[in-house]
Design a protein around this ligand. Structure first.
Ligand SMILES: C[S@@+](CC[C@H](N)C(=O)[O-])C[C@H]1O[C@@H](n2cnc3c(N)ncnc32)[C@H](O)[C@@H]1O
Length: 348
C-alpha cells in the first residue's frame, strides 16, 4: 500500500465501505486511491501535512464522499447525478463522472469538506439503549440525558424507536414508525429494566436544522447511496424528528458540559455521545474530561453522573466500544464492542 496518508485513508475507507455493505463506495474509493487526479488531490490540501493518525481522525474519505454525494443529490451536475445511485451503481462510471465534477466544482466540494462529517446514524441508538438501561439498573433513578455532538438530534428520539435484538429480545413501541434491528451476542441485554427519562437536551457546534432543505440534503449526503435500508431508516427518523420538534442547541461541547452537566438531586445525569470524540481538538477533549471529573467529584449516590459513549477505543480507530463511567467513584467499564453503524452489539 502507498505511504501517502491520504491515499491510505481512501484505501482503508474503501475496504470499510465494502465490508459494511456499500459495494458502490468500496469501488469508488478503490479507484480514487489508485488514480487520484490533481484536481481531486487539491481537495485534500488542508490535511496534506498531517500525520496518518490525524488524517484518519479527520475522516477525510467520508468528507470526500459526502461532498460528491451532496453534489449528486443537488442535481447541479447532471452527469454525476446520473452516475450515482439510485440512477446507476457502476463505481467505474461514477469515478469518471466524479473526476469531471471535481474539475468543475472544486471550491464547492472543498467548502463541503471543511466541516467534519455530520452523519447522524440512527441505528447507533440500538447500541446506546442497553447503556441507558444499564445506568437505570445501576442507579434506580430517572435519567437526565445530555447528548454531545448530536448533529440533527435523531438519536434524541431513542425512547420512541422499536428495537429488535433477535433471540436476545426486543424493546419499545411495536407500532413505532422506526424499527431498528441489531445482531446481539453475549449475555442477555437488560431489556426488562424499568427506565424513565426526566429531561433530555442536546448540543452540537453546528446543529443541522432539518427544516432547511440544504441542511437536510447535507445530512442525507453522508449516507452511502447504495445502502437503501439505511436511507429508509434515516427518512423515518427525520419524519419523526420534524414531527416531534427535536431541538439541538448550538454550543461547543466543552462549554456545554461545564454549564449543564452538574449533578442533580434525585436524577442520574447522563452525558452521552457517539462517533464524536475523534473530531475534537485535544484541548477540547481535555476540557470535557476535566469538566466531567469536576462534576463527578460533586456527584453523590442520590445525584450520580454517568458518562456513556460509543466511540473508538482510546488511541485506535477500532474497535468501537460502548463505555460507561459512573460517579460517585468514577468506575469505568466497557459495556460492549459494537459496529460503527450499530449493526452489531457484542455485550460484555
Ligand atoms: C460524526 S457526527 C456524529 C453525530 C451523532 N452523534 C451520531 O452518532 O449520529 C459528529 C458531530 O460532532 C459535532 N462536533 C464536533 N466537534 C464538536 C464540539 N466541539 N462541540 C459540539 N459538537 C461538535 C459535529 O458538528 C458533528 O455533528
Amino acid at each position: 500500500m502507498s505511504n501517502d496518508p491520504i491515499l491510505q485513508a481512501l484505501a482503508v475507507q474503501s475496504r470499510v465501505c465494502a465490508s459494511f455493505g456499500s459495494a458502490f463506495y468500496g469501488g469508488l474509493l478503490e479507484r480514487a486511491a489508485a488514480d487520484l487526479t490533481a484536481d481531486a488531490r487539491a481537495l485534500f490540501a488542508p490535511w496534506s501535512d498531517q500525520s496518518d493518525a490525524a488524517v484518519v481522525d479527520a475522516a477525510v474519505a467520508l468528507r470526500f464522499l459526502g461532498a460528491l454525494h451532496d453534489l449528486a443529490l443537488s442535481g447541479d451536475d447532471a452527469a454525476l447525478t446520473a452516475a450515482f445511485p439510485p440512477s446507476a451503481t457502476d463505481p467505474g462510471d461514477a469515478w469518471r463522472a466524479a473526476c469531471r465534477a471535481i474539475a468543475a466544482h472544486g471550491p464547492r466540494l472543498s467548502a463541503f469538506m471543511a466541516h467534519e462529517p455530520q452523519t447522524n446514524e440512527v441505528r447507533r441508538s440500538a447500541c446506546l439503549l442497553p447503556g441507558f438501561l444499564t445506568i437505570a439498573a445501576l442507579t434506580g433513578l430517572p435519567l437526565a440525558c445530555l447528548e454531545l455532538g448530536a448533529s440533527a438530534g435523531l438519536n434524541q428520539l431513542w425512547r420512541r424507536y422499536r428495537y429488535d435484538y433477535g433471540e436476545a429480545g426486543s424493546w419499545g413501541d411495536p407500532a413505532s414508525p422506526l424499527a431498528l434491528s441489531a445482531v446481539w451476542t453475549g449475555t442477555a441485554p437488560p431489556l426488562a429494566t424499568p427506565i424513565s427519562v426526566a429531561a433530555t437536551a442536546a448540543c452540537d457546534r453546528k446543529p443541522i436544522n432539518l427544516a432547511d432543505p440544504a441542511q437536510r440534503r447535507r445530512l442525507r449526503a453522508y449516507l452511502w447511496p447504495d445502502q437503501t435500508e439505511r436511507i429508509a431508516r434515516f427518512d423515518a427518523a427525520v419524519a419523526m424528528a420534524v414531527a416531534a420538534g427535536v431541538a439541538v442547541e448550538a454550543a461547543d461541547a466543552a462549554d456545554w458540559v461545564r454549564v449543564r452537566a452538574a449533578p442533580r438531586e434525585g436524577l442520574v445525569t447522563v452525558v452521552f455521545h457517539s462517533i464524536f470524540w475523534q473530531y475534537l481538538p485535544p484541548a477540547t477533549a481535555t476540557a470535557i474530561r476535566a469538566a466531567l471529573a469536576a462534576h463527578g467529584a460533586a456527584a453523590g449516590r442520590t445525584a450520580p453522573l454517568a458518562w456513556l459513549r460509543m466511540e473508538p477505543a482510546e488511541g485506535s480507530p477500532a474497535p468501537i466500544e460502548l463505555r460507561l463511567t459512573l460517579w460517585p467513584g468514577g468506575e469505568d467499564r466497557q459495556l460492549a464492542v459494537v459496529q460503527a453503524h450499530g449493526a452489531t452489539v457484542e455485550w460484555r
